[in-house]
Design a protein around this ligand. Structure first.
Ligand code: 5GP
Ligand code: ZN
Length: 114
């Protein structure tokens, strides 16, 4: 999608610290990390919000979660724990309308989230 920041990162028009790429997904460091480990995992397919995920995306969304968990393992935080978050729309604080799984870890997380 033309004016989507994350589509531009996928197309390498905007630089990012990419840590994983395959045919379906991209994972990169968040530019404004909220935890010692803060990685975004995104599908290459432009899906604006979680509300737009359809039956055709089931396998893709499964891959998103599996990749995020695998990266947590690689970073050595899987045993301690980590958090996967997908914000949806304004009140949840979604700012980029291309779905992304935040993988946060390396510190004690609070609950409930703010
Ligand atoms: P949201 O608020 O939509 O759930 O998350 C968007 C995330 O994208 C934020 O955590 C923000 O720091 C991150 N972000 C925004 N612009 C950029 C960018 O240009 N590069 C990278 N790597 N992350 C970005
Ligand atoms: Zn996009």
């Amino acid at each position: 999608m033309q004016d989507c920041l994350f589509c531009k990162i996928i197309q390498k028009k905007i630089p990012a610290r990419i840590i994983h790429e395959d045919d379906d997904l991209l994972a990169f460091e968040d530019i404004n990390p909220q935890a010692p480990v803060h990685i975004l995992v995104i599908p290459k397919k432009h899906i604006p919000t979680s509300l737009d995920i359809g039956p055709q995306d089931h396998a893709l969304v499964g891959k998103l979660f599996q990749a995020a968990a695998a990266i947590a393992t690689e970073r050595g935080i899987a045993e301690r724990g980590f958090r996967l978050v997908m914000n949806t729309n304004a009140e949840a604080g979604q700012t980029v309308f291309h779905i992304h799984l935040h993988m946060l870890g390396g510190r004690l997380m609070q609950w409930p989230p703010g």
